[in-house]
Write a protein that binds this ligand. Structure first.
Ligand code: SAM
Length: 234
């Protein structure tokens, strides 16, 4: 399966998800920011200003919570997503939650968004880096992420690996709609190699299964989720 058809399928799947789910609504997968992100907030208590980058931000599940947390100080969250609808809904949500002055929505593939060196206190990518167009792009982006973080800043990555998909009804095996689907161990090796010398705050792997809408069916998706959080120390 080529990149175009994976992207088309991912696009349709996210349009369906974002059209039917409301941010921070009980019962939705968007009901709250992920704990790995909110657990980081105390690390930045002393900051006088705060700048974050959310790659593959979606409708703002994590970035709106970040903006709310740091709203009292000069704060800017750059939010990048390939899908126009995601950024449209992100900006609506920013308004709804009173943080529109902090949220900067950017429609762009992660691969094409250039990260300016030494700019961010926090860079996060939650279920997003596996959607860059190749392993080479992933490696290049990790290099940019590493350079984009300021001293004492934090990188927070949640990446799916070893993904398999099956048609829920028929059990038929489906091609996983993930542009980069690495073996878990290889992904972990890459992450640890890139951030060598940084203080690793969290490094976990967790098997997960969930249902996801795909072209004309529901897919039962199995994944090993790799979470990696590290802080740049002098
Ligand atoms: C599973 S969602 C996660 C959204 C958000 N990070 C969260 O945790 O709620 C993945 C998001 O990545 C976006 N995406 C997929 N491929 C992308 C790419 N190459 N560049 C930028 N965004 C991408 C999708 O449009 C979608 O909004």
């Amino acid at each position: 399966m080529n990149i175009q058809s994976i992207r088309e399928s991912e696009r349709n799947s996210h349009i369906e998800l974002y059209s039917n789910e409301e941010l921070y609504k009980e019962g939705s997968w968007l009901n709250k920011p992920i704990k790995t992100v909110t657990d980081l907030f105390p690390l930045f208590e002393e900051c006088e200003k705060f700048r974050a980058l959310d790659l593959g931000c979606g409708v703002g599940r994590n970035s709106i919570a970040i903006a709310k947390q740091f709203q009292g100080i000069p704060c800017r969250v750059d939010c990048v997503d390939i899908l126009e609808l995601a950024i449209e809904k992100l900006m609506e949500n920013a308004k709804r939650f009173g943080v529109e002055e902090c949220i900067h929505g950017i429609v762009s593939p992660i691969e094409e968004f250039e990260i300016v060196p030494e700019t961010y206190d926090l860079i996060l990518a939650v279920s997003a880096l596996e959607h860059v167009d190749s392993k080479e792009s992933l490696v290049k982006k990790l290099e940019e992420i590493r350079n984009g973080i300021r001293q004492n800043g934090v990188v927070c990555l949640v990446v799916n690996s070893e993904v398999t998909e099956r048609n829920k009804e028929t059990g038929e095996e489906l091609f996983p709609q993930f542009e980069v689907n690495l073996p878990t161990e290889e992904l972990q090796d890459i992450l640890h190699r890139f951030f060598v010398g940084w203080e690793v705050l969290k490094s976990t792997v967790r098997a997960q299964k969930y249902d996801i809408p795909r072209e004309g069916c529901i897919s039962k998706l199995s994944t090993i989720v790799v979470t990696f959080v590290a802080r740049k120390r002098g």
